[in-house]
Design a protein. Sequence first.
Length: 447
Amino acid sequence: MKPEYARPGIVRHQMGMMNKFGRQQTLRPVTHVDGVALEDLVREHGSPLFVISQRTLASRYRELYEAFARRWPRVRIAWSYKTNYVGAVCRTFHKLGAWAEVVSPFEYDKAIGLGVPADRIHWNGPYKPDDAIERAVVGGSLIHIDNLDEIVRIERVAAKTGLRPRVAVRVNLAVEGVGAWSRFGLNLESGQAREAVVRLVAGDRVALEGLHCHIGTFILDPTAHGQAAAKLARFANEIRRDHGVKLSFLDLGGGFASPNTLKGQYLSGEQTAPSFARYADSICDGLAELDLPAAEVPTLVLETGRALVDEAAVLVSTVHATKRMPDGQRALVLDAGVNLLFTAFWYNHDVAPAQESRGMPEPTVLYGPLCMNIDVLRDSVALPPMAIGDRLVFRNVGAYNMTQWMQFIALRPAVVMVGSEGRSAVVRRAEKVEDLVSYEAMPEWLR
Ligand SMILES: Cc1ncc(COP(=O)(O)O)c(C=O)c1O
C-alpha cells in the first residue's frame, strides 16, 4: 500500500536537554496502579477512565495524621467533601477515622447517607438554608458561621427546637504572601469576628465551640499557615479571657499543595510541594501562642483536600487522532478533555504514555474531544510518537476533577478503585444517555 503523505516540518526536540537544575526526566510509561494493569481496566470499563488507588488514599491520610499527631496532642481530619465526594473515597477516609467537612445541604446529606454521624460533621460555606440548619442543629453538627445573618437564622432554629446549636466562627485573616479570602467568614483584623463572638455570647442561645479559617488553596509556603494558626490562637486566648469561653477546637481548613505543577511554575510540583511535616511544624509553632494549660488545648482540625487525594488518582485517556498544526507542532486529539480534567486550567498535569514507546519525544499539544477552543489539556508537553489507540495517563488528578467535571458535550466516564490484593471495582459507573434524558420532561404540546 502506498504510504500516506505527511507534510514535512522541522521540529525542535527538547527532551533530555539540560537546564540549570539538571537533566529533564525521561518518560517512563505508567502501566499499572498498585499491580493492576490499566490496559485491562480500560478494556473492561472503557476509555477515558479514572482509576483511584485506595492504598495511596490511606497512606496519604496516615502521613498527614501522623505528621500532626507527633506535634499536637489532639488532631482531627475532616474530609473535605467537595474535593472528591465519590462515596468510596469518602468511606475510605471515614474508615480511617475522618470526620466530614461539607459546604452544602447536598454534601451534608451525602455524608449522612454514607453513615457519618451528624455530630461528626463540620459544615462550612456561605449558603445554609433554614431547613438544612434545622437538620444540622437537631443532629448536633458543628455549624461554622459565615456571616452575621446566619447568627439570626441559627438562633431562630434554637428557639424553635429548644436546642443549643453547636457553632464555630469562620474567620478570615491576613497572612503575608497570600491574597485574602475575605469573602468567607468574618474578618479578624477589622474587628468583625470579635463583634460576632460578642453577639453570640450575649445572645446565649448557641454553644460556641471553635474557630475556623481557611486561608486559601495550594499554598506553597507553610509559614502562611503558621501565621494563621498564631492569629487564631491569640483570638482564642482573647475569647477565653473576655468571655470565659473554652473552645474545644481550632480548625485550620485546607490549603496544602499537592505534587501538581502550577502553570507558569518552573520547577515540577513534585519538587516544590512541601511535606506534611513542614506544614505541621509551622502550624504547631503558631498554636504555641495558646495560653492554656496542656490539658485544655483544643483539638486541631484539618480539612486537607487536594494534598490528600490528588496523588491517588489517574485519568487514562486514548489517542483518537493525530494532527500537525500549521506551525509544525504535533497535536493529539484525546477522548478526555477539560470536561473531565477541570484542573487543567491551573496545572500542567503530569502525563505519560501507558505503553512502551520508541522514537524522539517532541513538543505536543493535547486536545480533548470537545468542539470548543478551550479544550486543551496541555499546551506543550514532550511526548514520544503516539498512534491512534495509544493511551496517555494523567497523574495526580484525584482532587476537584470528579466533583467539578462537566456533563458538557460528552458523558462522564466510569471511576474505578483499586483495592488491596489486586482487587478493583467500579465506584461510579459511566453515565448513559438515558441517565440524562431521565431528568427531562417533554411538555404535552410537543409530544
Ligand atoms: C472551607 C474549606 N476547607 C477545606 C478546603 C480544601 O482545601 P484544599 O483542597 O486546598 O486542601 C476548602 C477548599 O477550598 C475549603 O473551602
